[in-house]
Ligand binder design. Sequence first.
Ligand code: ASP
Length: 347
Amino acid sequence: MAIKSVLIIYTGGTIGMVNDPETGALCPFNFEQIAKAVPEIKEFSFNIDSYTLPEIIDSSDIQPTVWAELCKIILAKYDQYCGFVILHGTDTMAYSASALSFMLGNLTKPVVFTGSQLPIGTIRTDGRENLIAALEIAAATEEGKSVVPEVCILFGAKLYRGNRTTKVDAESFDAFQSFNYPPLAEIGIHIDYNYSAIDYSSKTAPLEVFTGMNTHIAVLKLFPGIGIEVIDSIINTPGLRGLILETYGAGNAPTTKQFLNKIKEAGEKGIIVYNVTQCQGGSVEMGRYETSREMINYGVTSGYDITMEAAVCKLMYLSEKYSDTNEIKKYLNSPLKGEITQKRIGF
Ligand code: ASP
């Protein structure tokens, strides 16, 4: 039987950073230094290869073009590796993992994002444990099939579905949370897989990648006192295709005529208005309160329990893939890669 291999793709982030001697700021160093700092990875019974992106970046500089690049690498190397580990900065990791979950179709192998809060060369680094566990999960197979055939995030002893994850802490080693979906695995003495949460739906077609993302979208966070002129200027942005409205609670927004007229106007301009709650846990339930009922009449689409990161990526992906507004709304309304759980209205 051929020996298994995992490919590490290094994009940048704290995991591989050092202090710039001149400025003292953290800046990226190279993968060889990471491998030197974690010699344990040589002891695995599978091969590990690595690929460093031509330009390693702090993840705050990530762009959809980098997501496309990652997809193309995975497609090109798909048959050679049983899994992929992407070393990535934590700041936008949840966006990148969400994006790849939509861009990679018929995925049957793990794509595990990980990173760290402290650079891997430092004594108390969390990067060592994260990298080792991510590699083990990327290589894990049972009866010849990947145990976690999904895009996921490994961080602080938990494995999460990538498009369910949010960065919640800028300092803690448990920097990520998945409020609306259970972890796919917990890492302790053993890696304890939560089989019933992992997507084992049958995929017989070969891997396909979709590399386009329509970035003509905007996010508008509601707050008490928000000026109507702010909403007005956003919906008059030339070429705007979609507007994520970050609403209160179960998807609620002001009921004033002024506000609702702007939402109506957005719909009439062909802008897809997508209702995503500011709450991290729980779901949008449009129509539950008077404050969201009217938005249904203006064609606003429910985000259910989607994360903001996944909502941004899903909207970009669908807006590029389909031109018909109703078709985009139809797909926003259904789970594509396990990113939402639809809740029925009712008490
Ligand atoms: N600014 C860094 C980044 O996201 C933070 C990190 O890696 O944790 O690239």
